[in-house]
Design a protein around this ligand. Structure first.
Ligand SMILES: Cc1cc2nc3c(=O)[nH]c(=O)nc-3n(C[C@H](O)[C@H](O)[C@H](O)COP(=O)(O)OP(=O)(O)OC[C@H]3O[C@@H](n4cnc5c(N)ncnc54)[C@H](O)[C@@H]3O)c2cc1C
Length: 438
């Protein structure tokens, strides 16, 4: 279901193109032709949807993946592809604003996601550059050292392979960093195109160019598409921003855009993956694709609604950072995408809302959807298959943690004003960003 693509040349003078898309074939799965009945419909062919579909077909369920465009081209095709339980600075926050138990669920779900991808790569026999290596968040200034030290302590207390260090393999000094061992990186499209091939067949389907328009959450559920209706016991909405939103997700997260380059260095790139405490954060990691050694470097994240400075300046700043810290020979690729950031920094994964017992959602991965998206796939498939998952609580889409989210709500509402009300399991409030999705 793939067709070869010509090799890309140097990035300058070319439109932006993701390294992952440039080094893999295009897909050509057929669209849905008519109505269909399966056990589960998965809407969205990114890492979340394909992982969910893979787990369900593995358990003997029939699945239809409905993808509006082409699989693994959207956010998942434009990521940095670090596969980590280290998500910037999050564990000190989770233990203080949620509780130890839920912080531990978050940690375990994401550690398990790394193992799950490694094991699935072995099963499928796919060569997708998976490698284990350490991940660091380093203090961009001495003011951040104590924050980084606290994060290392909180993460280690939760059982994560975390420690504080003043030593890295960077070509410049940093005042301190939190190091996580045994993290991973991979080529997400090489992996997920193999996953999709494995899902497709034996009564299960991947349909491309098939946009879902609405969900009837009845018993059975019905997913209306522009090409016919698919009937199923359960529906998983894995469309990045939930296209079906009766529960006010639009009001509880906002999109942030970020920018990446793949550069060729004179000399070797660092051996670890890095992220800084700067605002906006800098991110980089080594990468070898088809024998070519590159450094992926970027950041410049900003609220997706902000247009200044322009995109060209954001790329220029990424390049300036790369050239300031590394001996850059050439910029080979550049690309950009956005992700959704929940008000309380935890993704929404689970039953979509009241009265929709068989509709599930996975969204709000806040720039860490490689592991969180795989974790979501594991949790959602467990919920469909057994009705429960040991990690479900922290990700409950209907939670409301006043300590973790109130300030962001107040700020958001102050910016745009209320337009409607939504009700969660424990609270009623007004949306802060009525048109957060793009
Ligand atoms: C610059 C950047 C770098 C990042 N780097 C990392 C990283 O290093 N590590 C990490 O863990 N995370 C990273 N992330 C985050 C990660 O890439 C995302 O969280 C993840 O890819 C989201 O996957 P998804 O499957 O939920 O969404 P997507 O990949 O966007 O997939 C959703 C799919 O649903 C389809 N769709 C939408 N609406 C419909 C509809 N109505 N009907 C049918 N199909 C529909 C879309 O076409 C799309 O294919 C990064 C994010 C950004 C912005």
């Amino acid at each position: 279901m793939t067709a070869e693509k010509p090799r890309a040349e140097s990035s300058h003078g070319r439109p932006p193109e993701s390294l992952w898309l440039a080094t893999t074939p295009e897909t050509d799965y057929e669209p849905l032709a008519d109505g269909l009945e399966v056990d589960t419909v998965v809407v969205g062919g990114g890492i979340t949807g394909l992982t969910t579909a893979d787990r369900l077909t593995d358990a003997g369920r029939t699945v239809a993946v409905l993808e509006a465009d082409r699989i693994v081209e959207s956010t998942t095709g434009h990521t940095t592809a670090k596969l980590t339980s280290q998500h910037g600075l999050v564990y000190d926050f989770l233990t203080s604003k949620f509780d130890d138990e839920r912080a531990r669920q978050y940690a375990r779900a994401n550690e398990a996601a790394i193992d799950a991808v490694e094991s699935r790569i072995d099963d499928l026999g796919v060569n997708c550059g998976f490698e284990r290596l350490p991940a660091y968040v380093y203090a961009a200034s001495s003011d951040d050292v104590e924050t980084v030290r606290s994060e290392a302590a909180a993460a280690a207390d939760l059982g994560l392979p975390a420690s504080f260090t003043e030593t890295t393999d960077l070509p410049y000094d940093v005042p301190g960093a939190v190091r996580f061992d045994d993290q991973a990186q991979f080529h997400p499209r090489k992996y997920l195109l193999a996953v999709a091939e494995s899902v497709h067949g034996d009564g299960s389907h991947v349909f491309e160019k098939t946009r879902a328009l609405d969900v009837d959450p009845g018993d059975p559920c019905e997913v209306e598409t522009e090409r016919g209706t698919v009937t199923a016991d359960d529906v998983v909405v894995a469309t990045h921003f939930p296209f079906y939103d009766r529960n006010g997700y639009f009001a509880r997260m906002h999109p942030e855009q970020a920018y990446l380059l793949a550069v060729r260095l004179r000399g070797d790139p660092p051996e670890g993956m890095y992220y800084s405490t700067a605002s906006p954060a800098d991110t980089f990691r080594p990468c070898t694709v088809d024998g070519e050694e590159l450094l992926i470097v970027g950041g410049q994240g900003h609220d997706a609604g902000e247009n200044h400075p322009p995109t060209s300046e954001r790329y220029r700043r990424c390049e300036a950072f790369a050239r300031e810290h590394f001996d850059v020979e050439s910029v080979e690729y550049r690309w950009s995408t956005h992700d959704y950031f929940p008000v309380d920094r935890v993704p929404f994964v689970g039953r979509a809302g009241p009265g929709q017992e068989h509709v599930y959602v996975g969204t709000g991965f806040k720039g860490w959807g490689m592991s969180n998206g795989v974790a979501a796939g594991e949790i959602l498939s467990e919920l469909v298959l057994t009705g429960d998952s040991p990690w479900a609580d922290v990700f409950d889409p209907l939670r409301f943690e006043p300590g973790a989210s109130a300030r962001r709500f107040v700020e958001g509402n102050a910016k745009v004003g209320p337009t409607a009300s939504i009700t969660t399991r424990t609270a009623t409030f007004t949306p802060c960003r009525p048109s957060a999705h793009t």
